[in-house]
Design a protein around this ligand. Structure first.
Ligand code: ASP
Length: 439
């Protein structure tokens, strides 16, 4: 039978009412058998997500040895959820036990993971489904990567009885036997892992928006919704800041060609966005699919005469960054010039100076300059490769908006054009490109 794995984000789990909405969605389709949940998110503007309350607990724990004060807020959130739901769940004992374990484990990851743990336990009772602790079925290797084979095997064994099950998102077990979390927003990855393990026909990701928009609605009012995205387009857009879905979440489903559907818990009738393998991808007919931008990059510009004929020049430059443990975002290059673009957070403090010194010593460039506060803007779409003049239109739009491109990089698949602009031009640039291609 066709199976659906549904992941519900923080706003869908925010309180008893939203959890009831989630229950109705699950019960309205018998294919929705496996559920992955986030910790309760914000109930209103200015509210605090449970995961953030838990990180505050860990800070208190580090300073004072317990987290009584901060954990009181977590208690209050879950007690009020149980009161609203009116279900048979001994919330006091579960919270007491959780608080005790926070002190014993004394770990940031363990503490942060309890939001998902508690919301999954509650959701399991609400649905009359089995609770499967991700600690027992999601495993990481020594290097921090997912141990996918062991994980898929454990999940399929855990669901072998055929009943409905609820999994907490965001965490698993590290190689040291302790709870380990993914990066923030990682429940999306957990959902994809479960979808892959049970060989789901669809991975439904339920959130509080009706799908992906062609650009950030805080920048352009009412941007067009994207009906279909390919995995590759999604990866480009989410990596560059379109944060509907964690950028790592496609990897588990991609190998098995499982489509991801982004749906809105609060408007379930809306079609949402389908993220599909290229073989199932139906373009919307637009040249550009979406535009996303991210601020705070640093560009190291390097010039050296006859760079292109000096064998090993780029390797020398890159080995300096490798030694400093800095990952590289882009390397646009010319005949006698190359630039290295890195996330500014990665080279905070003395690291940048060390990198510059290292490049000077090892690669002996003629000129080396640093450009900070750069925003990268990615214009993404499969339609771009087959349509002549796309970059001309993009740069015309930028010049009409009086924006200077400090750097240009086009991916080899012609799926994207990335431009670097000053941080303060980021929003203006996204708006200009959007209006050029979407009217
Ligand atoms: N609760 C975690 C976070 O706030 C993970 C998630 O919601 O996906 O980042």
């Amino acid at each position: 039978m066709t199976l659906k794995v549904c992941k519900f984000g923080g706003t869908s789990m925010a309180d008893g009412n939203t959890m009831q909405t989630v229950r109705k969605i699950i019960e309205s389709d018998e294919k929705r058998k496996y559920v992955v949940v986030s910790a309760p998110g914000k109930r209103f503007n200015g509210d605090t997500k449970v995961t953030d309350l838990l990180y505050a607990c860990y800070n208190e724990l580090k300073e004072t040895g317990d987290c009584k004060q901060s954990f009181a807020k977590v208690r209050a959130r879950f007690e009020s959820i149980i009161k609203e739901l009116n279900i048979d769940f001994d919330v006091k004992s579960v919270l007491d036990e959780t608080e005790k374990r926070l002190v014993e484990e004394h770990s940031a990851d363990f503490t942060a993971s309890r939001g998902e743990y508690l919301s999954a336990r509650i959701m399991a009772v609400l649905l009359g489904a089995k609770f499967i602790d991700s600690e027992d079925v999601v495993f990481f290797k020594e290097d921090g990567q997912l141990d996918d084979l062991a994980t898929y095997r454990a999940i399929s064994q855990a669901v072998a009885d055929g009943g409905c099950a609820v999994f907490p998102g965001f965490y698993g077990k590290g190689a040291d036997g302790k709870v380990k979390t993914f990066s923030r927003g990682g429940s999306d990855i957990s959902g994809a892992i479960v979808a892959r393990a049970v060989n789901a026909s669809v991975y439904e990701n339920w959130t509080d928006v009706s799908g992906f928009l062609a650009c950030d609605p805080r920048i352009v009012e009412n941007p067009k919704r994207i009906k279909n995205l390919s995995y590759k387009e999604l990866r480009e857009l989410s990596y560059m800041g379109a944060n509907v879905l964690h950028s790592e979440s496609i990897f588990p489903v991609r190998k098995a060609n499982i489509p991801i559907i982004i749906k809105n818990t609060f408007r379930p009738e809306d079609e949402g966005t389908a993220i599909l393998p290229i073989t199932q991808y139906k373009p919307d007919g637009n040249i550009v699919t979406g535009i996303a931008g991210k601020k705070n990059f640093t560009v190291i510009l390097i010039e050296k005469n006859h760079m292109n004929s000096e064998i090993g020049f780029i390797r020398k430059v890159l080995s300096v960054l490798e030694r400093e443990g800095v990952s590289i975002e882009h390397i646009p290059s010319g005949i006698d010039t190359m630039s290295v673009v890195v996330d500014s957070d990665e080279i905070e403090g003395y690291k940048l100076e060390q990198i510059i010194e290292g490049i000077k010593n090892e690669a002996e460039p003629d000129v080396i300059r640093v450009m900070e506060n750069v925003a990268l803007i990615a214009t993404v779409g499969h339609g771009m490769s087959s349509s002549i003049g796309t970059s001309a239109r993009l740069f015309k739009a930028m010049s009409e908006a009086n924006i200077n491109a400090k750097m240009i990089d086009q991916g080899s698949s012609e799926l994207n054009i990335i431009v670097g602009v000053k941080n303060e031009d980021c929003e203006k640039c996204i708006a200009a490109i959007y209006h050029e291609f979407f009217g």
